[in-house]
Design a protein around this ligand. Structure first.
Ligand code: ADP
Length: 470
């Protein structure tokens, strides 16, 4: 049996995987099982990039390469974070369509492929991660690599009308078909990929595979999960208990709503702040009774769109508190710090309502973490219809995150929901989160990849159906 080779933009910490969390642990586990190699960017920016750093850490083989300043700018900050990230999250208004970024992205993918090539063995299986590396398999194929290669996209796959706004999108689309397996979070993502590929005449869909004359690609939904058992353990730690007690003391019987999101324009934070403001305006009975705690650590601070978002949120937060706060009540607590998982677990537990309203999200793990932390089977989750997790957590109150009215109504419904109903819903969601955990997710992808058998594309072209199973 060959090895499993994981390729991702950043190589996760092998020794510190436990600290880095669910995905890193699950990948390290899969790599151990597959006697594997993890390849990616070292995280360093240097003047010369030829070298491949090769080491053995905790029994695993790790190979990394550096980026130059220009590559980091064009490939990572540029094409990945200023073009693909907003585009795949439907923010064409924020997408930087810059050909220099695109060329840098292609060049780095080709260079990464060149660096990995001599390390590969004939019977290896490759598992490539995320939007930074869409053309990676195609670059390897061009160098003669025949091994099976799977891909998982951690962000949403956008609708065809959105994706075609990308100049030369066909090249990106064609490169996807160099993979043997494409994993996406939800069935809806699969349908969008199939619709895009077949209707932009990039390939055909035969009801089971996307194919061209040379390629055949299996498409399947693998909804990512969290380490649910670890979360249950965090709630039981001193840190979590301390945090819980501190908040309950400060609340003095008031109800807390919690939001936890990286400060990112996909998370719908201004819309959420405005909805809360509207609730305060429309329901004076909530004054002095409800508080909203938003934890939003800063991210991608060198990207201008994130700087703008930060100042917009600061303006909204001070306006809301300026207008509604009383000497003994602050309606909105807005914190830009990163907290430990244990502290977060304590805060989730202290909050009657989890408010998770991204405008678009591949999965959204915060929703699952909130549920996993509620071992008391209490609490109400308000969840965006446009987060992948809303496909699984159907017992949440599902809202349109663009609608202030719907968010306000959902908060009111959550505040008034009887305990029986809260428990019934939470119990069901907890079962889903426990079942679809991160280890099962990794296991399913790896076994699908390893089991996948390539046979020549069928002669007959079957008519395209986007509603077929994928
Ligand atoms: P994304 O990957 O887009 O940031 P997810 O909801 O899928 O969104 O994952 C976010 C992760 O970051 C979660 O595991 C969450 O607990 C973590 N996180 C978010 N905010 C904080 C914070 N303030 N402190 C620590 N971890 C955080």
């Amino acid at each position: 049996m060959g090895r499993l080779v994981v390729v991702s933009n950043r190589v996760g910490p092998i020794r510190g995987a436990a600290r880095a969390g669910g995905l890193a642990i699950a990948l390290v586990d899969a790599l151990r099982e597959g006697r594997g190699l993890w390849f990616g960017w070292s995280g360093d920016i240097t003047a010369s990039t030829g070298a491949v750093h090769h080491e053995r850490t905790a029994g695993l083989e790790v190979a990394t390469v550096d980026l130059t300043e220009a590559e980091h700018n064009d490939y990572y900050n540029g094409f990945a974070n200023r073009c693909l990230w907003p585009l795949f999250h439907y923010r064409i208004d924020l997408t930087a369509y810059d050909r220099r970024y695109y060329d840098g992205y292609q060049r780095v993918n080709a260079r990464f492929a060149q660096a990995l090539l001599p390390l590969l063995r004939d019977d290896d299986e490759l598992w490539v991660h995320d939007y930074h590396l869409i053309p990676f398999a195609q670059a390897l194929r061009a160098m003669g690599v025949k091994q099976r290669i799977g891909f998982f996209l951690h962000i949403p796959f956008p609708s065809r009308e959105v994706l075609v706004t990308l100049p030369r999108h066909e090249r990106l689309g064609q490169s996807l078909l160099a993979y043997d397996l494409i994993g996406l979070h939800t069935q809806r993502d699969c349908e969008r990929l199939i619709d895009y590929v077949s209707n932009e005449t990039i390939g055909n869909w035969d009801g089971r595979y996307l194919y061209t004359d040379q390629t055949r690609t299996q498409v399947q939904a693998f909804p990512i999960g969290i380490d649910a058992r670890a979360y249950a353990g965090y709630v039981d730690t001193d840190d979590a208990r301390r945090q819980y007690a501190r908040v309950r003391n400060a609340l003095r019987g008031r109800t807390q709503i919690i939001g936890v999101d990286r400060l990112d324009y996909t998370k719908g934070l201004p819309e959420r702040f405005s909805a809360f403001e509207r609730m305060l305006a429309d329901y004076p009975d909530s004054h002095g009774r409800v508080e909203y705690l938003q934890i939003a650590p800063l991210s991608r601070e060198s990207v201008p769109e994130y700087v703008d978002l930060r100042s917009r949120l600061e303006g909204l937060a001070s306006r809301i508190n300026g207008q509604y706060a009383q000497v003994d009540w602050t309606p909105l607590h807005y914190i830009n710090r990163t907290l430990s998982r244990r502290s977060l677990a304590g805060l989730y537990r202290a909050s009657k309502i989890g408010l998770v309203t991204p405008l678009r999200d591949g999965m959204n793990l915060v929703a699952k973490e909130y549920v996993a932390s509620r071992f008391d089977e209490d609490g109400v989750l308000i969840l965006s219809d446009f987060a992948g997790s809303s496909r699984e957590l159907t017992d949440a109150i599902v809202v349109n995150p663009f609608s202030e009215e719907e968010i306000v109504e959902a908060i009111r419904q959550a505040l008034e929901m009887p305990l029986d109903e809260r428990k019934k819903r939470m119990r069901k969601m907890r079962a889903v989160v426990a079942e679809n955990n991160i280890y099962r997710w990794a296991g399913k992808i790896v076994s699908t990849l390893l089991k996948f058998e390539f046979t020549a594309p069928e002669e007959t072209h079957v008519s395209v159906s986007v509603s077929g199973s994928c």
